[in-house]
Ligand binder design. Structure first.
Ligand code: AMP
Length: 418
C-alpha cells in the first residue's frame, strides 16, 4: 500500500522549500524590526473560539473547519486563521494589563476544508502580525507599511494594495440596512437571499458574474461612514501616502471574517489567477469582547506564504541558487573519509556551508554530486594527499586546482569565501 498527501495538501521539497523559509523570514522581518514579539499558539483550539471569533455565518465556520472530538469529549478545531488564537492568548495571560499596544507576530500552519485548486489549499502557511489595545490610525498604517515592505524586500513588483473602511458599530448598522434594502430587490437564489439577512456584506464578495452584474448600483460603505470613521480613514490614507505606499481605494472590499471594523485591506497579485490575494487584514475593535475579553481595539494582518512563493515564481524571482552549499568534500577511500569528516565539521563550525560525498561512490559520481550541490569549491582528499598532509581545493567555476596543507584549509577557504 502506498500513501499520498491528502487532497488539498502538498509537500515542500528542496530546493523549492528554501523559498518558503526565505519568504517566511522576509515577510516577518519588517514586523520584528518594528517591535513585534514572537507568539506561538496551539494548532488547535476550542471550537467555540472560532465559531464566536471568526463568525457563525462565515464560510470558514459553516463549511471549512476541521472539527473533531478529543478523546476527552471536547470539541476542538484545527485553527483556520491566527487572529482569534492570538486574542485568546492575550486575554488568557492578561497581557492587556501591560504597555499598549501589544505587538505580536507569528507564523505557522492553518487548515481550511476549501475546494482545492491552484493557490488554494487545505493546509497552508501564513505569517501574521497583530497590534492589540490601541485605536490609532498610525498603527493601521504601520502594519500596512510593514506588509508592503515585506513583499518589496522579496523583489515583488506586482503586488497591489486594496484599501477600504467597513465603519464601526455606530455607522455600520445604517449601512447594513441600506444594503439589505438594495439586495432584497435583486434576483438572487435562495442561499444568497438568506445571506442578505445574516451577513449582507458578504454578498458584495460574490464572485459569480450574474450576481456581480446586479451589484453595480449597490450602496457603498464609504458613503455611509460616520464622521469619526471618515476622519480615521482619511488619516490612514494620508499616512500611507506619506510613507510612500501606493494603494487603490476599493469600497467593495469586504473580508471573509466577521470581526473586521474600520480599516480593511488586501494585497493582491495579478499573476495568480483566481486566488489572487497574497495577504490581508484589518482592524477588529470588537473581537476581544466577542470572545469574553475586555475592550481591546486592535489591527492585524495575515500574509500567505504559499501564494507569495507562487507570486515570486510568476515574476521569475525564483532561481536555482537557493539552498546551495559553499564547499563539497570528496574523500577517496576510507582513510580519507576518516580524515575529511572532522575537517568538514570544523569548516561548518567556522560558519561555512559544507556537504560531503557519502556512500563511497567513485570520484566521477562524487564530482557530479559536487556540481549538483551548487558548491563553489570541491575538497578532494586522495591517498597521495593524505601522505602529503594536504587536500586538493578545486574551484568548480574555473576548474583550477591547488594543494593546500590540511592544517591551513579552514583559513584558506574562509578567506576565499569571505
Ligand atoms: P485570509 O485571512 O483568509 O484573508 O487569509 C490571509 C492570506 O492567507 C490570504 O491572502 C492568502 O494569501 C492566504 N490563504 C488563505 N487561505 C488560503 C488557502 N486556502 N490556501 C492558500 N493560501 C491561503
Amino acid at each position: 500500500m502506498s500513501f499520498q498527501a491528502p487532497k488539498g495538501t502538498f509537500d515542500w521539497l528542496p530546493p523549492r522549500s528554501e523559498w518558503a523559509l526565505l519568504v517566511r523570514d522576509a515577510l516577518s522581518a519588517p514586523a520584528r524590526r518594528a517591535g513585534y514579539g514572537y507568539i506561538e499558539t496551539p494548532a488547535f483550539e476550542d471550537t467555540a473560539l472560532f465559531s464566536r471569533g471568526v463568525g457563525e455565518s462565515t464560510d470558514i465556520v459553516t463549511k471549512e473547519m476541521y472539527t473533531f472530538e478529543s478523546r476527552g469529549g471536547q470539541s476542538l478545531t484545527l485553527r483556520p486563521e491566527g487572529t482569534a488564537s492570538v486574542v485568546r492568548a492575550v486575554i488568557e495571560h492578561g497581557l492587556y494589563g501591560g504597555a499598549l499596544p501589544i505587538k505580536l507576530w507569528y507564523s505557522g500552519s492553518y487548515f481550511r476544508y476549501e475546494r482545492a485548486q491552484a493557490g488554494r489549499y487545505r493546509h497552508f502557511s501564513q505569517v501574521g502580525a497583530e497590534a492589540l489595545g490601541a485605536e490609532d490610525p498610525a498603527l493601521d498604517a504601520e502594519l500596512i507599511v510593514l506588509a508592503a515592505d515585506g513583499y518589496a524586500s522579496l523583489g515583488l513588483k506586482n503586488v497591489r494594495l486594496l484599501l477600504n473602511s467597513l465603519g464601526c458599530k455606530e455607522c455600520r448598522p445604517a449601512y447594513r440596512a441600506a444594503l439589505q434594502d438594495f439586495l432584497r430587490g435583486l434576483d438572487l437564489d435562495e442561499t444568497t437571499r438568506q445571506r442578505i439577512e445574516i451577513n449582507p456584506l458578504r454578498v458584495l464578495d460574490d464572485k459569480r458574474p450574474e450576481v456581480r452584474a446586479q451589484l453595480v448600483g449597490a450602496p457603498l460603505v464609504t458613503d455611509h461612514l460616520c464622521g469619526a470613521c471618515k476622519a480615521y480613514h482619511e488619516e490612514v490614507r494620508g499616512l500611507l501616502g506619506a510613507a510612500g505606499v501606493a494603494y487603490t481605494d476599493d469600497p467593495r472590499l469586504v473580508r471573509g471574517l466577521d470581526y473586521y471594523t474600520r480599516t480593511t485591506f488586501e494585497f493582491v497579485h495579478d499573476g495568480l489567477g483566481a486566488q489572487s490575494a497574497v495577504g490581508g487584514g484589518g482592524r477588529y475593535d470588537g473581537l476581544s469582547e466577542m470572545i469574553g475579553g475586555p475592550p481591546l481595539p486592535s489591527v492585524g494582518w495575515a500574509l500567505g506564504v504559499d501564494r507569495t512563493v507562487l507570486a515570486m515564481e510568476a515574476e521569475g524571482l525564483i532561481t536555482e541558487r537557493a539552498g546551495h552549499v559553499d564547499v563539497f568534500a570528496i574523500p577517496l577511500g576510507e582513510e580519507a573519509r576518516r580524515r575529511i569528516f572532522p575537517l568538514v565539521s570544523e569548516l561548518r563550525r567556522a560558519g561555512l556551508a559544507v556537504d560531503m560525498a557519502f556512500g563511497g561512490r567513485g570520484v566521477k559520481g562524487a564530482m557530479k554530486a559536487a556540481d549538483r550541490s551548487g558548491a563553489r569549491y570541491a575538497l578532494i582528499l586522495g591517498e597521495r594527499d593524505l601522505e602529503a598532509g594536504a587536500v586538493q581545493v578545486k574551484d568548480l567555476t574555473t576548474a583550477d586546482q591547488t594543494a593546500v596543507p590540511l592544517a591551513e584549509v579552514v583559513e584558506v577557504l574562509k578567506g576565499k569565501l569571505s
